[in-house]
Design a protein around this ligand. Structure first.
Ligand SMILES: *[C@@H]1O[C@H](CO)[C@@H](O)[C@H](O)[C@H]1NC(C)=O
Ligand SMILES: *[C@@H]1O[C@H](CO)[C@@H](O)[C@H](O)[C@H]1NC(C)=O
Ligand SMILES: *[C@@H]1O[C@H](CO)[C@@H](O)[C@H](O)[C@H]1NC(C)=O
Length: 245
């Protein structure tokens, strides 16, 4: 009886020890025919991966198949059905907003850029290029800025450049002369001076549309309350002349 128990015990320890020698990457199944070993990690149906088994941990690992086209200048994608790659070139993005202009593609670096020095020429709008600001883009300044306070500058869109016009042009009133204060840029209008005249018996007034002075005979004031009779104006006698009544 003891012999049988020992035999049975030996039989079981043999099975247990043979199982501990099993391959960690195999699956064992037994049926009435016997025991069969099958791989634990069969090849995945996705042809873009190769399935393998880690002999240390028994973990299944899907490793991407090598991509013969992989560079930084193409986008290649693997078709899971056949493991073939399709390839399209990388589209380098427009970075002119950052003052950069495209300079081709390097297979190990990717899209290349260089600083953009070619801000568009706007000289027809009287603008000079200052440079390119990475945040603001191309910067321009007006060619028509002037330090002269008595001139106005504007841009001719016909390409003639800056046009200078006086800030204080002559007004339509020809009895006023216009001038400009160079310090302040203020317009000054001064009445045209009465031309020197020896005709003290005329009063001169300026006509705004012609700027000409026209004489009007002066009216000698009545001085009858001083018992003086007005005899009119006589330039030689010194203006208004009176005699006693
Ligand atoms: C036992 O398993 C093996 C492998 O899976 C199989 O080929 C065989 O037909 C099976 N036998 C029976 C009797 O089920
Ligand atoms: C810009 O264009 C004008 C004529 O349109 C030309 O005279 C000028 O040289 C150009 N400037 C630059 C920087 O290309
Ligand atoms: C001349 O004309 C001005 C303005 O009309 C008037 O104020 C002035 O009294 C006149 N002088 C004489 C001498 O008539």
């Amino acid at each position: 009886m003891i012999k049988i128990i020992i035999l049975v015990f030996c039989f079981f320890t043999t099975i247990v020890s043979s199982q501990s020698n099993q391959n960690i990457c195999s699956v064992y199944t037994c049926n009435s025919t016997g025991c069969f070993e099958t791989p634990k990690c069969p090849q995945t149906s996705n042809k873009c991966f190769v399935t393998s088994c880690d002999t240390q941990t028994g973990q299944c690992i899907d490793t991407p198949i090598p991509n013969p086209y992989e560079t930084k200048c193409v986008i290649s994608t693997c078709n899971p059905l056949n493991g073939f790659f399709s390839v399209v070139p990388v589209l380098c993005k427009d970075r002119s907003d950052e003052c950069l202009v495209g300079n081709g593609c390097d297979i190990s670096v990717g899209c290349l850029y260089q600083p953009q020095f070619t801000c568009s020429n706007k000289s027809d709008q009287c603008l000079n290029v200052i440079g390119c600001d990475p945040k603001l883009g191309c910067q321009y300044e007006s060619k028509c800025n002037s330090v002269y306070k008595c001139s106005l500058y504007s841009c001719s869109l016909t390409g003639n450049g800056c046009i200078k016009t006086p800030k204080c042009p002559q007004t339509s009133n020809k009895c006023l002369t216009s001038s400009c204060d160079a310090q302040t840029g203020q317009c000054i209008y001064t009445p045209v001076q009465l031309p020197p005249s020896n005709n003290i018996c005329s009063n001169y007034s300026c006509n705004p549309s012609t700027g000409l002075f026209t004489p009007t005979p002066i009216n000698c004031p009545d001085r009858s309350n001083e018992c003086l009779i007005n005899t009119g104006c006589d330039a030689k006698l010194g203006g208004c002349h009176y005699k006693s009544s």
